[in-house]
Design a protein around this ligand. Structure first.
Ligand SMILES: Cc1cc2nc3c(=O)[nH]c(=O)nc-3n(C[C@H](O)[C@H](O)[C@H](O)COP(=O)(O)OP(=O)(O)OC[C@H]3O[C@@H](n4cnc5c(N)ncnc54)[C@H](O)[C@@H]3O)c2cc1C
Length: 371
């Protein structure tokens, strides 16, 4: 029987890769997580809204719906157990015109079908009683939604892996892998201490690099690597006092949940992200986009003062669909797709990937250890 250096190698130390490492380490496997950057969580996991999503919007039975609800329940328990900061502030999905009421009613129905706890539909007056600065004609209340310290969460995951004798190896890019006859992979890792190692199981959780990384695995059929689309979203920060306690979300825009309001854990108000398809990974925030934000935000907060928005940061969604195309599900591709035993390749882990991460990690670990 082959002796392996590690039972499992996970490529990528974002929230999802770390959660996969945790899921495997919890099952008693020796795990090495390889990360090309000098710190964990520097990819998509550091450029998002840090919202714990309830799981309202996604088609019932989809991976996004299941993982978001399961992942959210597991996430709050994990944050409690590891003393990571969060605020379960709840969310209002608001209709600002009567024409939007059927859309939010459909979201409420979808949320109940998805088994989201505590969903309530309220009229405009009740919503304004909850948030006096709000303008709306009706709303859904999602009490399970919140904001959290995603970096504290990732540090706690890293600690869990290391407590089980796993390794999270930084500044070490995965450069490719070759299947070993009889099972497993020989992994090539670069960086200052470039090395090779044999592993029985391999997981790729590399966010925006998922396609490029899959292409370095010998035998991965190019036809099974989905096309990558980059969906950029920018954020603007409010100068002044945060106007609402709840998350405030208008109905979703095509391809994303759309520009929303959150009060972050530091008490500051942030608006975003919008959606623009781009060709390159460029994180600049064009101040000219503020004009669209003022128009949009004043639908639900007419009190937004002129000049109060400051460019903040940008994130890029690893999308599998182009503009106008239907938004597909997460892809967790095992041998039934690409034919390589012992490999799980993750694609298109956009929102709600952070909320779903513990459920994704469990699903990946369960599938790899099933036989
Ligand atoms: C604008 C925006 C807002 C969002 N808001 C939310 C939200 O509020 N709530 C929510 O639940 N989700 C949200 N998401 C989605 C969420 O952020 C992602 O689904 C999640 O962070 C993806 O994590 P990941 O680990 O898959 O990817 P990443 O965090 O990108 O991790 C991938 C890692 O792989 C590493 N890597 C790449 N190539 C290699 C290589 N060759 N060798 C070694 N390492 C490599 C990268 O350096 C990186 O650290 C949002 C996303 C965006 C873009």
């Amino acid at each position: 029987m082959t002796e392996f250096d590690f039972d499992a190698c996970v490529v990528g130390a974002g929230a999802v890769g770390l959660a996969c490492g945790y899921g495997l380490a919890k099952r008693g496997l020796s795990v090495a997580v390889l990360e090309r950057e000098r710190a964990i969580g520097q990819g998509v996991s550091s450029r998002n809204s840090e919202v714990v999503h309830g799981g309202l919007y996604y088609p019932t039975g989809s991976l996004k719906a299941r993982f978001c609800v399961q992942g959210r329940r597991a996430l709050y328990a994990f944050l409690d157990a590891h003393h990571v900061d969060y605020r379960k502030c709840g969310k209002l999905v608001v209709a600002t015109e009567p024409a939007e009421l059927p859309r939010i009613e459909a979201i409420a129905r979808q949320a109940r079908e998805n088994d989201v706890e505590g969903i309530a539909e309220i009229d405009g007056a009740a919503a304004v009683a909850m948030e006096p600065s709000l303008r709306c004609v009706g709303a859904i209340v999602s009490p399970q939604s919140g904001v959290f310290d995603s970096h504290g969460y990732m540090w706690a995951l890293k600690g869990e892996i290391e407590d089980r004798s796993g390794a999270v190896v930084l500044a070490t890019p995965f450069e490719g892998a070759t299947p070993i006859a009889g099972g497993g992979f020989m992994v090539r890792a670069g960086g200052e201490a470039a090395t090779t190692m044999s592993v029985r199981l391999l997981v790729t959780a590399t966010g925006l690099s998922a396609q490029a990384v899959a292409a370095t695995i010998d035998g991965f059929p190019p036809k099974d690597i989905p096309t990558r689309h980059l969906g950029k979203g920018v954020y603007f920060r409010l100068t002044g006092r945060a106007p609402f306690e709840h998350l405030i979300y208008p109905p979703p825009i095509p391809g994303a949940l759309g520009t929303h309001y959150r009060k972050d854990l530091g008490g500051q108000a942030v608006f975003g992200p919008d959606l623009a398809y781009v060709e390159t990974e460029d994180y600049t925030v064009d101040p000219a986009r503020a004009a669209g934000f003022y128009d949009y935000v004043r639908h639900f907060w007419p009190g937004l003062p002129d000049g109060a928005l400051t460019p903040d940061y940008a994130g890029i969604r690893p999308k599998l669909h182009g503009p106008g195309e239907p938004q597909p599900d997460f892809q967790l591709d095992g041998p039934e797709v690409h034919g390589l035993a012992g490999l799980m390749a993750l694609f298109g882990i956009e929102s709600p990937g952070l909320t779903s991460s513990l459920a994704i990690g469990e699903a990946v670990a369960a599938r790899l250890t099933a036989s």
